[in-house]
Structure formats: structure tokens, C-alpha cells
Design a protein around this ligand. Structure first.
Ligand code: HEC
Length: 369
């Protein structure tokens, strides 16, 4: 295009935009001081309001994803002086709204992480890149405002470089968040090999920076989440009155609470990943796509046990629960194995079961709820 169109643009008043940008930056910094991003947040010391806001993270994050994604296209148009004259202000507005959305998503994300159990490489990368990407977008916003104020194509080009880079970082960070919710293989599973191999290798390379050699953190007691869906629990033949501790069943009162706490956010009625549900005995035994979920007496053939035992950074991302989610403690794993080994029964009573001495304390903790 011919760029000899004269610079007729009056310098625009950007005061409102500057005020918004500065407010956003101040909010971001203060917010991060109040809710510092942690990599191993202690469980249970966040107020329920914080946790409530945290659950909005998956909603908030779509705003920056959509708007900042569209802005990439706009900025390509704006890279010519004509384009900038036509769409510069629209781009600025999108940048501000997208940046505000990113700030909100970051805070909700940090609050969500206060539920605890967010550990592992996917989480570290997701949080770090989300924070950096958002900071980058805020810096980009300042450079854009300066460029627009001075009508300087150089500054605007510098802005675009910073913006594209930040958006890239944010996008990669978002991907690791997706891995946390959908499993490491979600994006690559059906990819043709020529895409899959480089993608998986790149992912591994990135994860290698943050992955701890082994995530083996025994927690003192198992926290059984209270958000159990009452409908989903098959109470079977037990009477309505809570059974005395003598009458408690191994599956229902020891094994199922472990599955509920660590597996069934993804393997229940609302969400049955891999077509697997484990919210009742029958469904847990039936298994998912590949069946053989728990094979009585045969730990080696039980798919769930096999996937739990895979290393957390398994090459195919098949470890369960997915990296980044609340992991089973060694005691919980031992209990599941023990239960399968001695028959995977649903009628055996706790008092009749020969619970290995080293697991008794864990069982008592679970029974107490
Ligand atoms: C954050 C969500 C999430 C959590 C928590 C989770 N899973 Fe999964 N699980 C998935 C996804 C997604 C799949 C399907 C993709 C795959 O097979 O990797 C899956 C698949 C499986 C399968 C394969 C089913 C089949 O027949 O192919 C098994 C077995 C399994 N999970 C066991 C578990 C166990 C045991 C736990 C708890 C210790 C657990 N999962 C926790 C997301 C989760």
C-alpha cells in the first residue's frame, strides 16, 4: 500500500485509556500481593468466598482467550499506517478488555488453586505462563498507549512484538491448564504422527524444567471432600441410619471415599472420562472403554491400578489422576491394591477384613471422614 498519506491524525485524547491501564496494573500488582501465587498451597486455609470465586476461573478465562485471539488478527491489519488509522482505537479497546479479562482469570485461577492439590509440572507451567503472559499484555498495553500518543509506528511495532510474544506465552500456559482438566493426551491423542511427535517432545521439554523428580508427598490424613453428590452413592442394602463402625463396609466406607476424593471429579455421572464411572461398585467394576478396571484378585490386570502406578510423567500421559491434579497418597494406593488383591469385594465388612497394620491409621482416618 502507499504510505504517503499525510499524518493528519490529531493526537487523540487517551486519558481514559491511560487511567484504565494504570488501574489494571495497580490492581494486578496489589492482587498478586494479597493472593500470592503459590506452587504448593496448603489445603483448607482459604475462605469459602475465595474458593467460590475460584470456581469462576473456567468462565473468566474465555474472555481473554477470545478477545486477545481476535486482537492478533486486528494487529496484523494495524501493522500498516492505514490499518492503524482505521482500527487502532478498536484494537486498543479490545486490548483493554482482553487485559482485564486476563487479570480476572489470573485471580480466579489463584483462588481456585487454594483448593489444594494443585501440584505437578502442568500446574507449574500453567500458573507461571499465565502470570507472565498477563504481565506481558499489560506492558504491551502501556507501549501501545505511548505509541498512539506519539503517533509512532516504531513504538507500535515494538508493542506488537511484545503483544504477540505475550499472547503466545499465555496460549501455551492455557494449554497446560487444558492438560490438567482433560489429561495430557487430550490434544495430541488423535493427531497425525508428524504433528504428534514434535508436539509431545516439545511438551516434555517444557515440563522438564519444572517437573520435580518424584511427586511423593504423603499427606497426614486423607481429606474427604464434602461435595459428594448424594444421588451418586449407591447405598445398597444398608439401613438409612448411619452404620455403626462395626457394620462399615470396606468398599463403601474406605475405598469409595478415596475414589470420590481423587478420581470421581472426572469419572462420575456428570463427567465420565474414558467412559469410566466409579461412583458405584457396579460401575467401578464394569470399567470404561477398556473394561477390566478392577479385576478381583488380580492387581496386575486392573487398569485403574496400572494407570495409578505409571510414573506421573509417563510418556503417554496415561498416569492417573492426570499430572497437576490431586494425587493419591502412597497409603491410598496401597489400600486400593490391597482391596483388589483380596477379592475387590463390596460386601466385606471392615471388622472382618485383615487390614495390613501399616494401613490401619489411614483406614481409621477415612472412616472418621
Ligand atoms: C482431572 C480428571 C481426571 C481425574 C481426577 C482422574 N481421571 Fe482417569 N481419566 C481422565 C481422562 C480424561 C481419561 C480418558 C483419557 C485417557 O484414557 O487417558 C481417563 C481415563 C481413565 C482410565 C481409562 C479407562 C478406560 O477404560 O480406558 C482409567 C482406568 C482411569 N482414568 C482411572 C482413574 C483413577 C483410578 C483415578 C483416581 C485415582 C482417575 N482416573 C482420576 C481424567 C481423570
Amino acid at each position: 500500500m502507499s504510505s504517503n498519506s499525510p499524518d493528519t491524525d490529531e493526537p487523540k485524547s487517551l486519558t481514559a485509556a491511560w487511567i484504565t491501564a494504570i488501574l489494571l496494573i495497580v490492581l494486578y500488582v496489589i492482587g498478586l500481593l494479597i493472593f500470592p501465587p503459590l506452587y504448593d498451597a496448603p489445603k483448607g486455609d482459604a475462605s469459602s468466598f475465595v474458593l467460590f470465586i475460584g470456581r469462576f476461573h473456567p468462565i473468566f478465562l474465555h474472555l481473554p482467550v477470545g478477545i486477545l485471539g481476535l486482537l492478533v488478527l486486528f494487529e496484523l491489519i494495524c501493522s500498516t499506517r492505514r490499518g492503524e488509522q482505521k482500527f487502532g482505537e478498536a484494537s486498543l479497546l479490545m486490548l483493554i478488555i482482553g487485559a482485564a479479562g486476563a487479570v480476572m482469570a489470573v485471580f480466579a485461577g489463584i483462588m481456585l488453586s487454594r483448593e489444594g492439590g494443585y501440584v505437578g509440572g502442568n500446574f507449574s507451567l500453567h500458573q507461571t505462563m499465565g502470570l507472565l503472559g498477563t504481565a506481558g499484555v499489560l506492558i504491551a498495553l502501556v507501549i501501545r498507549l505511548m505509541g498512539m500518543g506519539r503517533n509512532s509506528m516504531e513504538l507500535l511495532n515494538a508493542y506488537r512484538a511484545v503483544y504477540f510474544l505475550s499472547f503466545g506465552i499465555m496460549g501455551l500456559g492455557a494449554h497446560f491448564g487444558g492438560n490438567m482438566s482433560h489429561g495430557n493426551t487430550f490434544l495430541t491423542q488423535h493427531a497425525p504422527a508428524w504433528i504428534k511427535v514434535p508436539m509431545v517432545n516439545m511438551e516434555k521439554w517444557m515440563l522438564s524444567f519444572v517437573q520435580k523428580p518424584k511427586v511423593e508427598k504423603a499427606e497426614p490424613t486423607l481429606e474427604v471432600k464434602t461435595e459428594v453428590k448424594p444421588v451418586a452413592i449407591d447405598l445398597g442394602p444398608t439401613p438409612p441410619a448411619p452404620p455403626s463402625s462395626d457394620e462399615k463396609l470396606v468398599f463403601e466406607h474406605v475405598i469409595l471415599p478415596i475414589l470420590t476424593a481423587k478420581c470421581n471429579k472426572c469419572h462420575c455421572e456428570e463427567k465420565s472420562k474414558g467412559e469410566l464411572r466409579m461412583d458405584t461398585y457396579e460401575l467401578a467394576m464394569k470399567g470404561g472403554e477398556n473394561g477390566k478396571n478392577f479385576v478381583a484378585g488380580k492387581v496386575a490386570e486392573s487398569l485403574s491400578i496400572a494407570r495409578i502406578m505409571l510414573p506421573i510423567d509417563d510418556d503417554d500421559g496415561e498416569h492417573m489422576p492426570p499430572d497437576g491434579k490431586d494425587q493419591l497418597t502412597p497409603e491410598e494406593i496401597a489400600l486400593l491394591k490391597w482391596w483388589v488383591e483380596q477379592g475387590a469385594s463390596d460386601t466385606q465388612k471392615v471388622k472382618d477384613a485383615k487390614i495390613p497394620a501399616e494401613l490401619q491409621a489411614t483406614v481409621d482416618g477415612i472412616l472418621k471422614g
